[in-house]
Design a protein around this ligand. Structure first.
Ligand SMILES: [Zn+2]
Length: 184
C-alpha cells in the first residue's frame, strides 16, 4: 500500500482531448490524427463505444516494422482490444492498480456510458508521483486480465453487444449475460 497525501481522482489527471477514429480508418489516418493532435494514442470506436486503442508504438511495431502498407492496413487489425475502462470519479490510485494488474499503460475514461477522456500512467505519475511503486509493477506483471478476475470493456464475442464487464472464457470475450447462459 502506497500512502497518498490527498485523494486524487481520475477526472483530475485524465486527458480530455480524446481522439477517436473508426475501426475502418487506415493506419495512415491514425498516424496523421496522432501527429496532428499531438497525442500518443487514439481510441478506436464502433457504434460509439471504445473497441480498441492504438498507440504510436503499435504503428511502429504492427505496421512499419512488419512492412505493411499504412494505406491498406485497417485500425481494427492493429488495435489492442478489448479496452479497459474506468469511471472519472474513481481514485487515481485505483486506476494505477488496474493498470498494474493488467500490465497496460492507459485506460479509457467512461462516464455513464460516454467516453470522456483517457488516462495514462504518465498522467497519474505527473500528479501523484507516490503511485510510482504501483505503476512500476505494470512493467513486471504482464498478466492476462481474466486470470485475475479483472473485467474489460468491449463487444461480446457471442451476442456482439457492448459490455463493460467482459471476461475471457476459453479464449472468447463474453458479456455477463452470455457467461451466465453458459452456466450449467
Ligand atoms: Zn454477450
Amino acid at each position: 500500500m502506497v500512502g497518498i497525501r490527498a485523494r486524487v481522482l481520475v477526472a483530475d489527471v485524465m486527458t480530455r482531448d480524446l481522439v477517436t477514429l473508426s475501426e475502418t480508418s487506415t493506419a495512415k489516418e491514425v498516424a496523421i490524427a496522432m501527429s496532428g493532435k499531438s497525442v500518443g494514442s487514439v481510441v478506436i470506436t464502433k457504434e460509439g463505444h471504445p473497441s480498441g486503442i492504438i498507440t504510436e508504438k503499435d504503428i511502429v511495431e504492427r505496421v512499419i516494422a512488419r512492412g505493411r502498407d499504412p494505406e491498406r492496413t485497417l485500425a481494427r487489425d492493429i488495435m489492442s482490444s478489448p479496452v479497459s475502462v474506468i469511471d472519472p470519479r474513481a481514485d487515481a490510485m485505483e486506476a494505477a492498480r488496474k493498470m498494474a494488474k493488467l500490465g497496460i499503460r492507459r485506460l479509457v475514461v467512461v462516464d455513464k456510458g460516454k467516453m470522456v477522456g483517457i488516462v495514462t500512467s504518465r498522467d497519474i505519475l505527473s500528479t501523484a508521483p507516490e503511485l510510482m511503486e504501483v505503476l512500476a509493477d505494470a512493467a513486471k506483471n504482464r498478466i492476462m486480465p481474466s486470470k485475475r478476475g479483472e473485467s474489460l470493456a468491449g463487444f461480446c464475442d457471442n451476442c456482439e453487444e457492448w459490455s463493460e464487464s467482459l471476461e475471457e472464457v476459453n479464449g472468447h470475450f463474453l458479456c455477463e449475460v452470455c457467461r451466465n447462459d453458459m452456466e450449467p
